[in-house]
Design a binder for this molecule. Structure first.
Ligand SMILES: Cc1cc2nc3c(=O)[nH]c(=O)nc-3n(C[C@H](O)[C@H](O)[C@H](O)COP(=O)(O)OP(=O)(O)OC[C@H]3O[C@@H](n4cnc5c(N)ncnc54)[C@H](O)[C@@H]3O)c2cc1C
Length: 291
């Protein structure tokens, strides 16, 4: 491992100044579950590592205010999965957080780190896309809000500027009743990255939002507003062509060691249809979250 300076700023302004001063030589450290591996294998060689866990503005809080749920950048998967607020309003995000890695990983891995790492297999990406999340980023020019649909570029690359930090992720509280589900396929039981990761939501107005990852360079969001997919009485034969159109943007890599493109596409169809069915069932049951 290349040696590096370690900085632990106490304020957001200090962190942004450090990022600006060191440019490409600086890397942000949150839970470290992705970064430390890359430091060890030499694929990341920063001269300065900036630990953001002590910055008050990035604190691990989940709060609702005026129709927006704000999740602080250093919120870890365990807290997301356990949050009653998240489970009640964004059930599929809680489900995704609950399957990331192992207990130890979930206790360290942050939501912001998961999206900034921009792995196509990131489990929280499909639910964040389905729920219309907005990434709050702060840099030398101030703070801006990036719709999550404009955040991912390709593996390891986002639309975040080099001197910007993710401060929080915002989720609009759904305005109509919604059922949602997150499903994924891994090579083996135990902790493994997804070969396919899928999220679907169906709302009371008949809108279906389906998002999938690990089948292309970045996660994809598709929307069906015909009402057919969301209709529990519609025949599978009517739904199949709509789903096929929604899966059209899947382009799994031939070079991945995790699964063949054929397998991923087959699993995408299975999990996609299953996620739609589960979302419809959940919308119909509208079961309250266990307290
Ligand atoms: C054994 C193992 C199993 C795993 N299993 C899964 C899995 O099942 N599903 C899954 O999705 N992921 C999995 N991961 C990947 C990882 O745990 C997640 O991506 C995690 O959420 C990353 O968060 P972190 O806080 O650890 O990020 P870090 O490692 O600290 O950072 C990751 C990247 O994001 C940048 N970054 C972090 N925070 C910010 C910020 N606030 N602003 C700007 N940039 C930032 C860092 O500079 C770095 O480039 C696994 C990892 C391991 C080691």
């Amino acid at each position: 491992m290349q040696t590096f300076a370690y900085e632990r700023p106490a304020t957001l302004a200090e962190a942004v100044a450090l990022l600006e001063a060191h440019g490409p030589d600086a890397r942000v450290l949150a839970g470290g579950t992705d970064l430390v591996i890359r430091l060890r294998d030499g694929s990341a060689r920063p001269r300065v590592v900036i630990d953001v866990k002590r910055i008050a503005e990035l604190s691990p809080t989940i709060r609702e205010h005026e129709g927006i749920v704000t999740i602080g950048a250093t919120t870890v998967m365990t807290d997301l999965a356990d949050s009653k607020l998240v489970r009640r309003l964004f059930e599929a995000l809680a489900e995704a957080a609950a399957v990331v890695g192992s207990v130890q990983i979930r206790n360290r891995a942050t939501l912001a780190g998961n999206i900034c790492n921009a792995s196509p297999a990131a489990d929280t990406a499909p639910p964040l896309l389905v729920y219309g999340a907005v990434v709050v980023a702060t840099g030398p020019q101030g703070t801006r809000r990036i719709p999550i649909s404009e955040f991912f570029v390709r593996s390891g690359v986002t639309t975040l500027e080099r001197s910007e930090l993710v401060v929080a992720v915002e989720l609009p509280v759904p305005t109509s009743r919604t059922g949602a589900a997150h499903l994924r396929r891994t090579r083996r039981r135990g902790h493994d990255l997804a070969s396919v990761t899928v999220c679907c939501s169906v709302d009371a107005n008949g809108v279906t939002r389906l998002s999938y990852g690990s089948v292309g360079p970045r996660p994809v969001l598709t929307v069906d507003e015909t009402g057919v997919l969301a209709d529990p009485t519609a025949a599978d034969a009517a739904k199949a062509p709509i789903l096929e159109r929604m899966f059209a943007d899947a382009s799994p890599s031939k070079r991945s060691m995790r699964a063949s493109p054929e397998y991923r596409l087959a699993m995408l169809r299975v999990l996609g249809s299953r996620a739609v069915r589960t979302a419809i069932e959940r919308l119909a049951s509208d079961a309250p979250v266990e307290e």
